[in-house]
Design a binder for this molecule. Structure first.
Ligand code: F6P
Length: 330
């Protein structure tokens, strides 16, 4: 149990930024202020905590941010936080600034940092923030909804030009080693093929044969969603063009998927998670991760959360295949 008389909350965002992080920061700050607590914003994630880049946050400081992409606290990936020296510097700065409750918005790596700080006596709560959806304890991560909507809109636009020119288009989406963004975008944009790192059985000849076959049957485009975890989209496009004789283009959507104004869902869920984290600290809880599971906001012990595994839904994977024109042509 944490000390339930937490007085000063520190908030940081860590790892890749994600749309909705600002909504979580705002909610955590305002929830804490409404309970009479002081709030500090820690800039640049753990790097800023280690270097003492810490500012006061009042209610006004988080005005007009709920609709903004990125994170007003900035973010960084911090190798030093994996060292004992880095952790001790972070603890020292928490103590120096009176931070006795920490809200960490980020992915599994950020939670591992929070866990280490909690072990050193700093009450800490994690909030899942990543566009990748690759955090096992939760069905929702801040930013995924906005990212898939951004990618889906881009894919729809590519499909227009792809059809006009009767091309094959390979569109690479982010997700690191996870295929959630690719799977959702593949289904939502009606792609002919979705290449997922988790299901890696990539058979280029099968794709080439199907492109040739569907083209004969009148299909004017062929959209392939390729996950970042597979990558090599440009080389793949060159090989497919050479083998099929059909113009093939690769588009790597990249960091545009991480930006932009968050969707209503990301604002709403991030807001609940930000407030929930503060409620946990005020209830004397520490070393927990806020999660959304089976339609409810819940929390887990960080160790337990980090040990969990999750997989793509086999039903959704099968659906992506069975609804594809390739399959229907069989
Ligand atoms: O984790 C979010 C993410 O955007 C991944 O999808 C991607 O692999 C990675 O971050 C890119 O990181 P960076 O912005 O450091 O290049």
């Amino acid at each position: 149990m944490a000390d339930s008389s937490v007085k000063t909350i520190g908030i940081l965002s860590s790892g890749g930024d994600a749309p909705g992080m600002n909504a979580a920061i705002r909610a955590a700050a305002r929830r804490a202020i409404s309970k009479g607590l002081l709030v500090k914003g820690i800039q640049k994630g753990y790097e800023g905590l280690i270097n003492g880049e810490i500012v006061d946050l009042n209610a006004k400081a988080v005005s007009d941010v709920i609709g903004k992409g990125g994170t007003i606290l900035y973010s960084a990936r911090c190798a030093e936080m994996r060292t004992e020296e880095g952790i001790m510097k972070a603890v020292e700065n928490c103590n120096k600034h009176g931070i006795d409750g920490l809200v960490v918005i980020g992915g599994d790596g950020s939670f591992a940092g929070a866990q280490k700080l909690a072990d050193k006596g700093i009450n800490a709560i994690g909030i899942p923030g990543t566009i990748d959806l690759d955090i096992a304890c939760t069905d929702y991560t801040i930013g995924f909804d906005t990212a898939v909507n951004t990618a889906m809109e881009a894919i729809d636009k590519i499909r227009d030009t792809s059809t006009s020119h009767e091309r094959v288009s390979i569109i690479e989406v982010m997700g690191r080693n996870a295929g959630y963004i690719a799977l959702w975008c593949g289904i939502a944009s009606g792609a002919e093929d979705v290449l997922l790192p988790e299901e890696y059985d990539y058979d280029e000849q099968r794709i080439i044969d199907q492109i040739i076959e569907t083209r004969k049957k009148g299909k004017r485009h062929h959209i392939i969603i390729n996950a970042e975890g597979i990558g090599h989209s440009i080389a793949m496009a060159k090989r497919i063009e050479a083998a099929t004789g059909i113009d093939t283009r690769a588009t790597i959507l990249g960091h545009m998927q991480r930006g932009g104004s968050p969707t209503c869902k990301d604002r709403m869920y991030a807001t609940i998670m930000g407030a929930y984290a503060v409620d946990l600290l005020c209830a004397g809880k520490t070393k927990r991760v806020v999660a959304y599971r089976n339609g409810e906001f819940v929390d887990f012990d960080i160790n337990e959360a980090l040990a969990m595994k999750k997989n793509l839904s086999p039903y959704e994977v099968e659906l992506a295949k069975s609804l594809s024109y390739n399959f229907a042509m069989k």
